[in-house]
Design a protein around this ligand. Structure first.
Ligand code: ZN
Length: 165
């Protein structure tokens, strides 16, 4: 188990485009395993490789104990509907914003065995995929959030908190 340092807003690596993964190597496997450890340790539901300082197109998502996804070189094939809701990011600690995302997405990616797979996602999972894909392009949700609040001021207007991604 290895927890890597999460890069925070202001770190230039978060504004760079990540590169495609060409092959699965022992180093890449270790990175993916560390990304899961880092995400779980930070109580996040998603993490993109640039957030741990690696410019590779790799995302891990775990919306609950039974649903974890490793997405390598992901591409969104279809976006449908709209959801407006709270969003946070492990790279933007202490903040939450309101972000509008598609409610459904169809995403194609490679898994850890470099097999092509298609994921039909909706709700939180669709939101996570869009958020993490933005990281691969060098974008943070703060660029598109309607409102950005400190978590303390948010606590007052909200009963249950969500985890960052
Ligand atoms: Zn994020």
């Amino acid at each position: 188990m290895a927890i890597r340092t999460i890069r925070e807003i202001g770190d230039p690596i978060l504004n760079k485009r990540a590169k495609e993964v060409k092959e699965m190597t022992p180093r890449m496997k270790e990175l993916i395993s560390d990304m899961y450890d880092t995400m779980r340790h930070a109580n996040g539901v998603g993490l993109a490789a640039p957030q741990v300082g690696i410019l590779k197109r790799i995302i891990v998502i775990e919306t609950d104990e039974e649903s974890s996804y490793t997405l390598i070189n992901p591409v969104i094939l279809k976006r449908e509907g709209e959801q407006r809701g709270y969003e946070g990011c492990l790279s933007v600690p202490g903040k939450t914003g309101i972000v509008t995302r598609p409610n459904q997405v169809v995403c194609e990616a490679l898994n850890e065995r470099m097999e092509r797979c298609t994921i039909e996602a909706e709700g939180l999972l669709a939101r996570c995929i869009c958020h993490e894909m933005d990281h691969l392009e060098g974008h943070l949700y703060t660029e598109i959030a309607e409102e950005l609040m400190d978590n303390e001021e948010l606590e007052e207007s909200r009963e249950n908190t969500e985890s960052g991604t």
